[in-house]
Ligand binder design. Structure first.
Ligand SMILES: Cc1cc2nc3c(=O)[nH]c(=O)nc-3n(C[C@H](O)[C@H](O)[C@H](O)COP(=O)(O)O)c2cc1C
Length: 197
């Protein structure tokens, strides 16, 4: 069962307790996103609603320094891909700051927004780029997502064997109707993975 007073989705009521690390009254998950046309932002709000509003602080990186991420033990980063495999503009502006972050040992999950049909050669590339950049900092990634149910030519966001995206892959352009289910399944997965850390 989720903690008393939680607003987490009903689906979690039958779950075993979330790890003690995040069962406090203080929000301990920081979700930082950049979004140009609000899709990554909408996904952030859905993820927050699924995990529980009291557990997740949402930050738009347009408004807050990435440095604030250091204040959380568990982090979720959201990014969209633009302009043929490029970073979303606010991520682009903050990119140089990533290397200076002290995130060693933090638990990190990523999600990305992209368009697998319109940009089939660059699907979710920014998600992969963010993963590469954060890997250097020694974070502990959770939330890899199966590469099933998508059709695209190439992506920098895949694991070496191509079986997984390095985070949740959302495509509101072509598969909007799947987004809510994907988010719910992914959040379930995150909770399971957090419990086994
Ligand atoms: C001009 C333009 C370029 C885009 N380039 C890519 C791309 O290279 N790869 C990709 O996966 N998606 C690409 N997309 C799709 C966006 O990532 C998608 O629309 C996403 O939902 C935008 O999220 P945001 O509004 O949170 O920034 C592009 C969209 C536009 C309009």
């Amino acid at each position: 069962m989720h903690k008393a007073g939680s607003t987490a989705a009903t689906a979690y009521n039958t779950r075993k307790p979330i790890s003690l690390t995040i069962m406090t009254d203080t929000a301990q998950i920081g979700l930082f996103y950049g979004s140009s046309t609000c899709y990554t932002e909408m996904a952030a709000e859905k993820i927050q609603a699924q995990l529980g509003e009291e557990l997740v602080d949402i930050h738009n990186i347009k408004d807050v320094p990435l440095k604030d991420a250091e204040g959380y033990d568990i982090l979720i980063f959201g990014i969209s891909t633009w302009d043929f495999g490029e970073l979303q503009e606010d991520w682009e502006s903050s990119w140089e700051d990533i290397r200076d972050l002290n995130l060693e040992g933090k638990v990190v999950a990523l999600y990305g927004l992209g368009d697998q049909i319109g940009y089939t050669d660059w699907f979710q590339d920014a998600l992969g780029m963010l993963h590469d950049e954060l890997s250097i900092l020694g974070v502990h990634f959770i939330g890899y997502w199966p590469n099933q149910g998508y059709e695209f030519a190439q992506s920098k966001a895949l694991t070496e064997d191509g079986d997984y995206f390095v985070g949740l892959s959302l495509d509101d352009e072509n598969q909007f109707e799947q987004t809510d289910d994907r988010i719910q399944q992914w959040v379930n997965q995150l909770v399971d993975e957090m419990q086994s850390i």
